[in-house]
Design a protein around this ligand. Structure first.
Ligand SMILES: NC(=O)c1ccc[n+]([C@@H]2O[C@H](COP(=O)([O-])OP(=O)(O)OC[C@H]3O[C@@H](n4cnc5c(N)ncnc54)[C@H](OP(=O)(O)O)[C@@H]3O)[C@@H](O)[C@H]2O)c1
Length: 299
């Protein structure tokens, strides 16, 4: 298959590209700089210049493909969380734009969402659990993707665990480690019994490809290898590796220390991927988050 990949140069997208090529697919990857284009070319893919803001570039990329995997996302909100709703709205526009090109073709279109925005009620979230329709979540992109299923697109959504881990990760776990280093303490919130799901980058990438190859229209898949790791266990291992004390903070104190990250640190978000494994035969096989934290991947 000739696959158009957005986010082809990112942490997860670059692994998707590697696995697609290894599996005999051809890849056209969205790039926005000469430097990234050269990297992509060296990996064996065809660079396609454009951006999430240049909707025509997305249309021409999709038009040349037999299927699309969309992982690019504007992560500027990491520095200013007020930008998150705008990123979600832009993501929805991108999905609608690519969807227009694919309508009536029955071609596969896999988009990205997250399990962290499922209700944080402590009950096991599943593939059929709906994301609350709040203004700051990725439900916009999910809805746009699912709508395309009735318009002749084999569309599906991969919801990723909040920690997609492995060498090269620069998301939440490295951020928590650097705060622990800077403050000289590794923190969990309240009892630390709230749980975080996780998935290794290589298993996550494999799931996108299975969804592309085998996903039925309108499916939601969960990129979750471990249903929920108590956050105290994560903090304890980080404290051990950094040789700093492991301490509990109240929710209010955590907000001051971690800013928007405290939302994720406080969520109790156990999540199942049983349906995903059953439907796609997905079998995560790479190290767990705690294995990775015990190795040199993060330190
Ligand atoms: N990593 C995680 O732990 C995690 C967890 C849950 C969900 N997710 C989701 O999974 C997806 C992939 O995440 P990731 O960790 O691979 O992200 P990443 O490493 O930050 O990569 C983002 C990719 O999107 C591209 N991109 C960003 N803004 C763009 C724009 N305006 N126009 C064109 N391309 C743009 C980047 O291009 P450049 O290389 O040019 O910057 C890069 O290829 C995202 O939707 C993310 O929200 C990730």
């Amino acid at each position: 298959m000739r696959v158009f990949v957005t986010g082809a140069t990112g942490f997860i997208g670059s692994e998707i590209v590697r696995q697609l090529l290894a599996g005999g697919h051809e890849v056209i990857g969205l790039v926005r700089s000469e430097e990234k284009a050269a990297k992509l070319k060296a990996a064996g893919a065809i660079p396609h210049f454009g951006s999430l803001e240049d909707l025509d570039s997305l249309k021409t990329g999709a038009a040349q493909s037999d299927g699309v995997i969309h992982t690019a996302f504007n992560h500027d909100f990491i520095h200013d969380f007020s930008k998150y709703p705008k990123s979600c709205e832009a993501d929805c526009r991108v999905i609608e734009t690519i969807g227009e090109v694919l309508k009536g073709s029955n071609r596969p279109f896999v988009t990205t969402s997250g399990t962290a925005v499922l209700p944080s009620t402590g009950t096991l979230g599943t593939e059929v659990t709906e994301i609350p329709q709040s203004s700051i979540s990725r439900h916009l992109g999910e809805n746009a993707t699912l709508k395309l299923a009735s318009q002749g697109v084999r569309s599906s959504v991969v919801r990723l665990a909040p920690s997609v881990h492995g060498p090269g990760d620069y998301a939440f776990i490295p951020m928590i480690i650097s705060i622990a280093k800077a403050k000289g303490e590794s923190v969990y919130v309240e009892q630390g019994s709230n749980r975080w799901p996780s998935v290794h980058r290589q298993d996550a990438a494999n799931l996108f490809i299975l969804a592309l190859e085998k996903g039925t229209p309108g499916s939601i898949f969960h990129g979750v290898a471990e249903e929920g790791i108590p956050t105290k266990d994560i903090a304890t291992l980080i404290g051990k590796r950094l040789n700093v004390p492991v301490v509990s903070k109240s929710s209010e104190e955590a907000k001051k220390q971690f800013g928007f990250l405290s939302y994720f640190l406080s969520s109790d978000n156990p999540t199942s991927s049983a349906l995903t494994r059953q439907l796609l035969g997905w079998k995560p096989s790479h190290p767990t988050l705690l294995d990775d934290l015990a190795s040199d991947a993060y330190f």
